[in-house]
Design a protein around this ligand. Structure first.
Ligand SMILES: Cc1ncc(COP(=O)(O)O)c(C=O)c1O
Length: 436
């Protein structure tokens, strides 16, 4: 095969219609602040913070310089039986803002790896407590927990599952919390807390003592910002406690300020046992995932192992990679110094009002929103997802990036956006929607 600088063929793109994309590519060649720039010179407002991972915007010099210096100083240290200062620094900075008593952080390289790690920590914890019979997991319809085998098994999205039949056994799904009876609700729906009782039904059916953990995104992000009904997460917490089941919040999207609080756990006042994190931990500048773990879970797994033995047989070559940790530390410093989460909280009202100003447009089936996260759901045309896919492309050429899953566009501006920037994003969206 000859090398040809302009060939698009060899790169098999993820979650992309490769044939379609390669006929009309959308290449981003630069990012700065809340804008992307495409290969034709177009300027694109980033309405989804990339994939919800860049709340500080693009091209932050402090982060780039931290990574550059780190690579010159210490580019790679094996994370097994060795360490480097950045990993301990970042773990402490993250543990400082997670809810008490979640003071231990395990590093991975993505949200998907964080999910698989959380599954294994849950199993290791129960085994350490002499409850190795807890092998089942509970998840939810419309859940997205990444794409590794563990996350695919937990997933509640048909397209992400139907091709992959041999996924992990023993996963049972609760219903999701959106039933279409309440639409255009800003914030938490009043009705639906009782849907948490699906977990109690599953316990009654398979035995609560066989279940290791229940995984939920506090706000289901990828499938279109499904905000938990009032009392729902509280009820899940109660049922988990009743049956000794670990509650895992997948905060890969909601973590680091997206809800206006550091984590959704704090925004909703419900503390899980484990939290999976990724994306904004490094502002998307380096691949990284992490699992925040309650003290008691960490101590149980650690204490049961013989002195000097490895306690958890799990880890990745790139767990706590020095460059990712350097990016993470730089990002956490900016979050502190610029009061990023408070700034996000200060933008919430304006963002939500702007988003909900689209209510009443004929082409919209629903709008949902919480914090700096929101979704518009298009009335489908030509089969589920057909319109959403086309509309996302159309928006790009109009100068707005919004991530679509099926017919839901998920809007998540960076926290460095101004109110005027948010208005500009919604303005482009409105114009495009008017033509549907
Ligand atoms: C809630 C949630 N969990 C897990 C993941 C997977 O993360 P990654 O794509 O980094 O593997 C995502 C990605 O969007 C996510 O939204």
């Amino acid at each position: 095969m000859e090398y040809n600088t302009n060939s698009l063929e060899e790169n098999w793109m993820p979650f992309t219609g490769n044939r379609d994309f390669k006929k009309s590519p959308r290449l981003v060649v630069r990012g700065e602040g809340i804008h992307y720039y495409d290969h034709k010179g177009g300027k694109i407002l980033d309405g989804s913070s990339g994939l919800f991972c860049c709340p500080l915007g693009h091209g932050r010099k402090e982060i780039a310089e931290a990574v550059y210096s780190q690579l010159l100083e210490n580019d790679y240290t094996p994370p097994f039986q060795m360490g480097h200062p950045g990993a301990f620094d970042l773990a402490q900075r993250v543990a400082r803002i997670t809810p008490e008593p979640m003071n231990h952080i395990f590093f991975a390289n993505s949200g998907s790896e964080a999910i698989d790690t959380a599954l294994k920590i849950a199993m290791a914890y129960h085994r350490a407590k002499g409850q190795g019979q807890r092998t089942r997991f509970v998840s939810r319809e419309r859940a997205y927990h990444g794409v590794n085998i563990g996350g695919t098994s937990l997933s509640g999205m048909v397209k992400n599952r139907e091709t992959f039949s041999g996924v992990m056994p023993g996963v049972v799904h609760m219903r999701h919390t959106w039933d279409g009876s309440e639409t255009f609700v800003q914030g938490q729906p009043e009705k639906g807390a009782e849907l948490a009782d699906d977990l109690a039904r599953i316990c009654a059916n398979v035995g609560g003592s066989t279940i290791a953990a229940c995984f939920v995104e506090p706000i289901a992000g990828s499938t279109g910002c499904l905000v938990p009904p009032k009392g729902y997460l509280e009820r899940l917490r109660e049922i988990c406690d009743e049956h000794g089941i670990l509650l895992v919040f997948d905060e890969v999207i909601t973590g680091f300020g997206r809800t206006g609080a550091p984590f959704a756990a704090q925004a909703f006042g419900v503390t899980p046992d484990l939290m999976t994190l990724a994306k904004a931990i490094t502002n998307g500048c380096q691949p990284m995932g992490a699992i925040a773990v309650k003290d008691e879970i960490y101590e149980t797994i650690i204490d049961v192992a013989p002195e000097n033995a490895i306690e958890l047989f799990h880890g990745y070559t790139y767990s706590s990679h020095p460059a990712a940790c350097a990016a993470g530390v730089a990002v956490q410093k900016i979050y502190d110094e610029e009061n990023t989460f408070e700034k996000a909280a200060g933008l919430v009202d304006h963002f939500q009002k702007a988003l909900f100003s689209l209510e009443g447009m004929d082409c919209l089936a629903d709008i949902r929103g919480y914090g700096m996260l929101g979704a518009i759901e298009l009335k489908p045309k030509g089969g589920p997802g057909a319109l959403g896919t086309q509309f996302q492309k159309d928006l790009f050429w109009r100068g707005l990036h919004v991530k679509f899953t099926g017919d839901c566009g998920v809007v998540a501006p960076a926290f460095v956006a101004t109110e005027a920037d948010i208005d500009a994003m919604i303005g482009v969206l409105r114009e495009a929607l008017e033509e549907l």
